[in-house]
Design a protein around this ligand. Structure first.
Ligand SMILES: Nc1ncnc2c1ncn2[C@@H]1O[C@H](COP(=O)(O)OP(=O)(O)OP(=O)(O)O)[C@@H](O)[C@H]1O
Ligand SMILES: [Mg+2]
Length: 484
């Protein structure tokens, strides 16, 4: 499937992400509008409910518990009728509301009269019914009722778990003019309730003002917002992981190809050498020349040993990958083991005209580890330092203690490793593809992968410090053995 080529994956992922972000934004906008209107309805019903209760409570004392009063004054029909009557504001209409108590009955009276003279404008007469009380007394009662209304609104808001900054405005019942508070400037996020009466004296009407409902709406949408963000984050993470996995697989495939070609080359060289040696023995009848025969046999033995080493290396790696290589833990002194490995590599060091220094530690450091694997690890690191550094290589090996952990460092003055590859060099088959390292220096790309696995199986870690052109320092941390 050519169209499914990996180069289309990244743009496809970006387009898909952008589309999902746009869809999420559109959805959140719709949700915001719906939530805003639901919040407005809720606030409106809070004020209307408070008005209903406040008006009922203002009914002449002694009647509050009357079932008939309750049935009438709390009925939705009465509320609508009264609200409609309150809102009737037509030119030359005089409306009047009266509530009073006579000897044997309570009187609710609504009266409307139109003035016939259309040129003469009238103001709505004050509908306040003073019921024999002085104006001052009426104002005091009105203040008390207003307080009750405001506290009922706030109580209801608390009960609904709505916390907002709000205030109120008062409008004269008859003239409709603002008598207290400020009207809010019109904005999409502000809320202004209808005007509601709060007692039967009809002095003023109450209006709830909320400068901004945005925070409340967003708070109410929090679960949708979190889930939407989470979905976007998960989609991004999934795409990122898929793309990274694909890139790694491509790298792995490339590395495997170069491993095969390297290995084939490495295997072919000894086979060809042995073949030539054997052919020469028979062709030139070297049986009769024991000295030359011995020398050809030596070459063959050496090449066979090289073949065996290579096969063993691949097999060891395979075992390590499968987690099958059982480790044999013994207690040993790291420093003396380092000395032994360095000693065993003397010929290679001399061949490369390298200088290898072991910085002596003041005391022996014991670790409990697999001696053979740890020696292989040191061998691999020194081998790399020798292989990749230009002559004359300078290698410094040191051993120290850092917070109950043994630190072994192998430092060289070689070409260094670009930061880009510092994680990848520990991957299986990975080799840095520069003309120098791949074609001139042979290798399978297994060494550092093996090193890392061995160290991790010993509960240690390996850190690479390197700068291009400034050498490399491989630092191994292994737990120090402590007697209980
Ligand atoms: N000391 C070093 N200096 C510079 N580059 C290094 C050094 N050690 C490793 N590298 C780079 O890291 C790559 C991986 O190293 P690794 O030891 O895993 O494989 P190798 O040496 O190529 O093969 P092998 O060790 O299996 O024979 C090398 O190909 C080399 O490019
Ligand atoms: Mg190596």
């Amino acid at each position: 499937m050519k169209w499914l080529s990996s180069k289309y994956v990244l743009p496809l992922a970006i387009v898909t992400l952008l589309i999902s972000i746009c869809l999420q934004c559109a959805w959140i906008r719709q949700l915001y509008l719906a939530q805003s209107s639901s919040v407005a309805n809720k606030l409106e019903s809070v004020v209307s409910e408070a008005s209903k209760n406040a008006v009922y409570k203002s009914i002449a004392q002694g009647h509050e518990k009357s079932a008939r009063f309750q049935q009438f004054f709390l009925s939705p029909e009465w509320i609508s009728l009264r609200q409609a009557f309150d809102n009737l504001k037509v030119d030359n209409l005089r409306s009047r509301f009266h509530y009073g108590i006579t000897n044997d009955s309570s009187v609710v009276e609504m009266k409307m009269s139109f003035l016939n003279d259309s040129t003469k404008k009238v103001s709505h007469t004050s509908a306040a019914v003073i019921d024999g009380k002085s104006k001052k007394e009426v104002v005091i009662t009105d203040q008390k009722d207003l307080k009750l209304m405001d506290s009922l609104v706030n109580l209801k808001l608390d009960q609904l778990g709505i916390s907002i900054i709000s205030s109120y405005a008062l409008y004269d019942y008859s003239s409709g003019q603002l008598v207290k508070g400020k009207s809010l400037p019109k904005s999409t996020s502000s809320f202004t309730s209808g005007k509601y009466t709060y007692n039967l004296k009809f002095q003023n009407r109450y209006q709830l003002l909320v400068p901004s409902t945005t925070a409340l709406v967003i708070y109410q949408m929090r679960y949708y917002l979190i889930s939407s963000l989470l979905m976007l984050a998960l989609t991004t993470a999934a795409f990122y992981l898929i793309i990274r996995l694909m890139k790694n697989q491509q790298l792995y495939a490339q590395a495997r190809i170069s491993f095969t070609s390297n290995m084939t080359h490495e295997l072919q060289t000894p086979i060809a050498t042995i073949a030539v040696a054997l052919e020469s023995i028979s062709k030139y009848k070297l049986i009769d020349q024991p000295e030359r025969l011995e020398s050809y046999l030596d070459i063959s033995r050496y090449e066979l040993q090289r073949l065996r080493n290579m096969i063993e290396k691949v097999l060891k790696q395979e075992q390590m990958d499968l987690g099958g290589a059982g480790l044999e833990f013994t207690l040993f002194d790291v420093q003396s083991q380092l000395e032994q490995v360095i000693h065993s590599m003397e010929i290679q060091v001399q061949e490369k005209h390298a200088q290898i220094t072991l910085l002596p530690a003041s005391e022996p450091y014991f670790i409990k580890a697999d001696l053979m694997h740890i020696s292989n690890v040191i061998y691999n690191l020194i081998d790399n330092a020798l292989k990749y550094s230009a002559e004359p290589a300078k290698i410094e090996i040191a051993c120290s203690i850092v917070a109950k952990v043994v630190l072994i460092s192998v430092k060289d003055n070689g070409p260094g490793i670009d930061e880009l590859y510092q994680d990848q060099v520990f991957e299986r088959f990975f080799r840095i593809s520069t003309a120098d390292s791949v074609h001139d220096v042979k290798g399978s790309g297994l060494g550092l992968h093996y090193v890392k696995q061995v160290i991790e199986r010993h509960q240690g870690r390996i850190v690479l410090q390197s700068k291009l052109g400034k050498g490399s320092n491989f630092m191994i941390y292994l737990p120090l053995y402590e007697e209980d």
